[in-house]
Write a protein that binds this ligand. Structure first.
Ligand SMILES: [Mg+2]
Length: 178
């Protein structure tokens, strides 16, 4: 499968709350251009896979069912964009767990590539943190850093750095080589 974008969720598609934990549905807040960006991807025949670290599960703030409920709400809010989201991959651990899935490890991206037959070299990982960019690099994708974190970071290894998600998807669409 081609034209797949791996997208971080919190801080990239939806605003990261001050406490960095989207642990209630009323903490879901889209960025102003999220729907437009996803519509742009859909109109250009891209599909999306969500790749998200959720340390709130390891911390006991939410369980996996709560995560599914909250994430389904996110997907429902994004649906009007027309984007096809193939699947959400979630790491339920914290950094203390030394798991095999938490970004910057590439495991979730590699699993998606295997499950859906995705050509990683042609794909992009997009996120607001260094761990997103390094996960993409570790998996063999191109990467776009979006400067939409509460405290935006610089990551020199990123293929491209975008001020917004809309700018990121326009860059990807313009530079995509089939
Ligand atoms: Mg993020």
């Amino acid at each position: 499968m081609n034209k797949v974008i791996f997208l971080d969720r919190d801080g990239t598609l939806i605003v990261d709350p001050e406490d960095e934990r989207v642990d209630r549905e009323d903490k879901i807040k889209l960025f102003p251009d999220s729907i437009e960006a996803l519509k742009y991807l859909a109109d250009n025949n891209f599909t999306v896979v969500l790749i998200t670290n959720q340390a709130g599960i390891a911390e006991g703030r939410i369980n996996l069912q709560d995560f599914d409920r909250i994430n389904n709400k996110v997907l429902e809010i994004l649906a009007p964009s027309g984007i096809k989201i193939l699947k959400t991959y979630v790491c339920p651990h914290s950094a203390l767990d030394k798991c095999e899935c938490r970004k910057p490890k590439p495991t979730m991206i590699l699993e998606a590539a295997k499950e859906f037959g995705i050509d990683l070299a042609k794909s992009y990982m997009v996120g607001d943190r260094e761990s997103d960019i390094i996960a993409g690099i570790n998996a063999g994708t191109k990467t776009v850093l979006v400067k939409t974190a509460n405290k935006p970071v610089e990551v020199k290894e990123a293929t491209y750095t975008a001020p917004s998600l809309l700018d990121a998807v326009k860059y990807i669409s313009a530079n995509y080589t089939a």
